[in-house]
Ligand binder design. Structure first.
Ligand SMILES: *Cc1c(COP(=O)(O)O)cnc(C)c1O
Length: 371
């Protein structure tokens, strides 16, 4: 820190220079985040100082958080969920496993969690923090959790099953209805990681079942800061039985409320309100349009790639598509799956024009390569 401080003008010219180094979203075709909706920005500005860590001081913001959780729960098939807005999928997954472990306290000394090979790396963090053995079920050829192998991994020490609805790498949905049956049968907690798919699958006709409509599902994570076009950080963890959050409560002696079930203490209200604002503004019809457009663009991309001889690695259920394509066209930022496939996500900023531009650049890349 410099002693005298810097002039605002000089400081902001430095910030602008650094901001210039950030990539603009229009050539990013593999991020699950996107440009926030203008309504999100407006709502965010209104609530910049609010702290959900002390809900007694910010009771209006806290009411909005409760409304967000309620409406997300209704979308996912349960009218009276408990929950709160997390910092994102990672915190939601940590907290879900923490609830599962705490509910199973005393049942076993060596608790394990059964997760799919395709699970997000946040489960590595969660299992590390919570001292849980992570049992990884291999994927089938479509990169879904291999249903036939699941029973081999479940035993009396299993305190939680995890399924992913819309995997980060291939955009597929695990056999969650099968996991729900095991959960019911053996009375094992089931967490569904719908960080991405939670705000996509409800708008897709004939999508695989994944939410609270399946009786075995205990908790669901879904992130408004992905397809919900909210400002980061805005995740959401929901439990069918609100009393489950009692298992993560601690006493908070000097706050306006005396108990807290969240992982973070001080929490942004502004981004949570931004999530609520977008959903209320668009309504389900507006969200339907957003998802329809993203899916249409994703299909356009898959078709265009196929026409150039580049197949998808797996037929996706959401607007994520990964391709058997070792090279990357110039000027684009794409990520790779753990198996090396080219991973794309058609977020709202990836318009039809962006898809066409990308396809043209892939074509140029192939032509150069064949020379
Ligand atoms: C994005 C994602 C996460 C992690 O969410 P963060 O908000 O980055 O913490 C977890 N699970 C899945 C399936 C995801 O797509």
């Amino acid at each position: 820190m410099n002693r005298k401080g810097r002039s605002e003008e000089e400081l902001f010219s430095f910030l602008a220079e650094m901001r210039g180094k950030d990539r603009k979203y229009h050539k990013v075709i593999s991020s699950m985040c996107t440009i926030p909706h203008p309504v999100a920005v407006r709502a965010y500005d209104m609530f910049v100082e609010s702290n959900l860590g002390d809900p007694g001081l910010f009771s209006g913001t806290a009411e909005i958080e409760a409304l967000l959780v309620k409406s997300m729960g209704e979308l996912l098939g349960c009218g009276n969920v408990g929950g709160y807005s997390t910092s994102g999928g990672t915190e939601s997954n940590i907290q879900a496993l923490r609830i599962a472990r705490n509910l199973a306290k005393g049942r076993t000394k060596f608790p394990n969690v059964v997760i799919p090979e395709s699970a997000h790396f946040s489960f590595d963090k969660a299992c590390d923090i919570l001292s849980l053995e992570m049992r990884v079920v291999p994927s089938d050829k479509n990169y879904r959790m291999d249903e036939e192998k699941i029973p081999d991994y479940v035993d009396k020490n299993t305190i939680c099953l995890v399924g992913v609805a819309g995997t980060t790498e291939y955009g597929v949905v695990d056999p969650i209805s099968y996991l729900s049956d095991i959960s019911e049968d053996k009375d094992i907690f089931l967490h569904v990681d719908a960080a991405f798919g939670g705000l996509v699958l409800p708008y897709i006709r004939n999508a695989p079942e994944f939410d609270f409509r399946l009786p075995g599902v205990d908790t669901i994570s879904a992130d408004p800061h992905k397809m919900g076009m909210a400002i980061i950080p805005a995740g959401c963890l929901m439990a069918r039985d609100p009393s489950m959050f009692k298992t993560t409560e601690v006493d908070t002696p000097y706050l306006t409320v005396n108990k807290e079930c969240t992982l973070c203490g001080t929490r942004p209200g502004a981004s949570v309100v931004s999530a609520y604002a977008v959903q209320e503004y668009l309504g389900s019809e507006g969200m339907q349009k957003v998802v329809d457009t993203c899916m249409k663009n994703s299909r356009r991309l898959i078709k265009g790639m196929a026409e150039m001889g580049i197949p998808v690695a797996a037929q996706p259920d959401v607007n994520v598509a990964s391709f058997v394509c070792p090279d990357t066209p110039e000027g684009w930022k794409v990520s790779r799956t753990r198996k090396g496939h080219m991973r794309t996500v058609c977020m709202p900023h990836v318009t039809e024009e962006v898809v066409d531009e990308f396809l043209a650049d892939v074509k140029t890349m192939l032509e150069k390569k064949n020379h």
